[in-house]
Write a protein that binds this ligand. Sequence first.
Ligand code: ATP
Length: 205
Amino acid sequence: MKGNEKKIGISGGTFNPIHLGHLIIAEMVRDRFGLNEVLFVPSGMPPHKNLSNVVSSEHRFEMVNKAVANNPYFKESRVEIDRKGYTYTVDTLKNLKEIYGNGTSLYYIIGADVLNDLPSWRNHEEVFKMCEFIAVLRPGNDMQGFKKQMEFLRDKYCAKIHFIDTPLIEISSTQIRDSIKAGRSIKYLVPDCVEEYIMLNRLYI
Ligand code: ATP
């Protein structure tokens, strides 16, 4: 990384809903990599996910909007939810390069589980040229498999992938949705404002 360039982190996800795992990791990455900003990009229609239990883009965006409001380095982005049809990361990166200019470096933050999916992303070779990846481990991820996949992507595509050692955070959106359905507490798993929004709008019940 060069010294004076603008560095933007991208935290992309379904955010169904956004949880503290997303926020803690983004803040740690921002701090360690000296990012100027982290952009949270809720997906529109992700081609990889089963959409039957995904709440509307507007609900997911609103939860992200509230969750990032008290961190001056965090910002929400509508770039994917305002796009028609399936959302592909390659298009998002092109949009962000247009908005921020070519001198800006983009760092895509991902859980190690996503590393295996990268070769199936549309125009992944172009994606590897447009951004660097910062990967973190999630509970259950296998470190050996992760290292092998990182080497494979570096060798085959010259992908720039960084690994950052963070605490394992055992929180997932699936777990939160399941807890709500079962009437269990989600306190301390999502920000209070997100919990309030979920309850007010009776999401995931
Ligand atoms: P779901 O359970 O619905 O699949 P999720 O919790 O994995 O959702 P996503 O919105 O799909 O959340 O994740 C967006 C990104 O955040 C992915 O790169 C994912 O790996 C990462 N991520 C999610 N939860 C964590 C966590 N606890 N620790 C580290 N990374 C995470």
